[in-house]
Design a protein around this ligand. Structure first.
Ligand code: DWN
Length: 405
């Protein structure tokens, strides 16, 4: 397999085995035809990009029944309010403002620009979430972003001050087309800003569940500089974020157009020290994943043998990797509670554990809940004091398997 970015031969350092579509929640009558692919991460020694080898066709993942809505987390909605304010303060000129967001989902980010009458456009391939965004006054086009669409947007709207994304860039296999499109669409001083789960955190916390069909890449500052450098961009700033278990916000500008923050070279050095450029680091990661898997399965089997009730909390995309890699089914987890109506009453991809409405969790607390939305732990712990007071415990698996009261 060749690197999607620089065409060098890449090294597949492990496999998580056969995986279904992470957000492919299904009905019983769909079990037989369920689609699977091999989920194997690989590392490119040349451009230092971590990527999955095989990715299903985009329209298997993003379509009119996409199951993830950004607004399911209040803390993420607040985060996007803050992100939008920061973009406006730092990167919007006073005249002829125009902001483009890639993967604008239900409009949780662009709503903040719409409210201020700032010209904006969301590019969102899943029609149902784009429809939801319209309810918040967000102007969206249902499409994938790339060089071709950038040309059309340029013609219709003119050039952009900012192209931004959050938890989206890592979903796009053809980043060279995104780079080409961004270079075309941005004003000379325009910036490309995006944030995604950060490779350093994934490695340090063994949060292997950040790898699934939608996440074709896990970025570092080093790889981002290499990828977008191919289209004349330079990395001018990096800002660590606490969201999604540790993310990084990257700011890129056309070469020589803006000052480069000292944070960039500091981060590149930090990544060398973390060993993110070395294959050995990924081989160790594989061992850490295997240990984490064995520990989780052991704890679940122990609880089952004790006669305890164990359920899952939040049918996240990430949980698909955990459940399938660890071969956990409804023999070990009774059901998974989730607040998203479109997932409720359906079965989890691959593991076929039933997803129940959150009200079911509240009605009859289990003894243990596996926290699949560990990245929202603060928000969830603050909401679940009643569960805790009733003696309910959490089973956590990031950064390692543990039980928390
Ligand atoms: O990159 C992506 C991230 C940003 O969002 C996408 N590929 C898809 C999605 O990933 P995820 O599903 O792992 O995201 P979350 O935000 O970790 O989990 C969302 C799910 O968790 C929703 O189904 C709602 C559920 N949830 C819940 O049931 N109770 C979430 C919270 C905060 C809760 O309290």
């Amino acid at each position: 397999m060749k690197c999607r970015i620089c065409s060098t031969e890449i090294t597949e350092f492990m496999t998580f085995g056969k995986m279904p579509i992470a957000n492919g929640f299904l009905e019983k009558n769909q079990f037989e035809d369920e689609y699977f692919f091999e989920l194997s991460p690989a590392f490119c020694d040349e451009c230092k990009t971590l990527q999955i080898v095989e990715q299903p066709e985009p329209d298997r993942m993003f379509h009119g029944e996409y199951a993830f809505f950004t607004r399911t987390s209040n803390s993420m909605v607040a985060h996007f309010g803050e992100y939008a304010r920061w973009v406006q303060e730092n990167y919007l000129e006073d005249v002829d403002q125009f902001v483009v967001e890639l993967g604008s989902n239900d409009g949780a980010m662009l709503e903040n620009f719409a409210k201020k009458d700032i010209r904006h456009l969301g590019v969102e391939p899943s029609g149902n979430v784009a429809e939801e965004a319209r309810k918040y006054g967000v102007n969206s086009v249902v499409d994938f972003f790339g060089a071709e669409l950038a040309g059309k947007v340029l013609e219709e709207y003119g050039s952009a001050d900012v192209i931004m994304a959050a938890n989206v860039m890592c979903h796009i296999p053809d980043l060279l087309s995104v780079g080409e499109g961004a270079a075309k669409l941005l004003k000379p001083k325009g910036v490309l800003i995006f944030e995604d789960p950060y490779l350093g955190d994934v490695i340090e916390k063994t949060s292997y569940d950040q790898l699934y069909d939608e996440h074709v890449y896990v970025f570092s500052a080093t790889s981002v500089a290499n990828i977008f450098g191919r289209h004349g961009f330079e990395l001018i700033d990096v800002l660590p974020q606490t969201t999604h278990g540790g993310s990084m916000r990257y700011v890129l500008a056309k070469k020589g157009q803006r000052e480069v923050s000292p944070a960039v070279s500091k981060q590149l050095t930090h990544e060398k020290n973390l060993g993110l450029e070395k294959l050995e680091t990924y081989e160790q990661f594989r061992k850490n994943c295997e240990r984490n898997r064995d520990d989780l399965v052991r704890i679940l089997k122990e609880k089952k043998a004790e006669g305890a009730r164990v359920v899952g909390y939040a049918a996240t995309s990430k949980s698909t990797t955990v459940l399938n890699y660890c071969s956990i089914g409804s023999d070990l987890i009774e059901y998974i509670s989730d607040t998203t109506p479109i997932k409720q009453g359906k079965f989890c991809p691959g593991s076929h554990i039933l997803v129940k409405a959150y009200s079911k969790f509240k009605e009859n607390y289990p003894d243990y809940a596996v926290l699949f939305a560990w990245n929202h732990d603060q928000e969830i712990m603050a909401n679940e004091t009643e569960y805790k007071d009733a003696g309910g415990k959490w089973i956590l698996f990031v950064p390692e398997v543990s039980i928390k009261s």
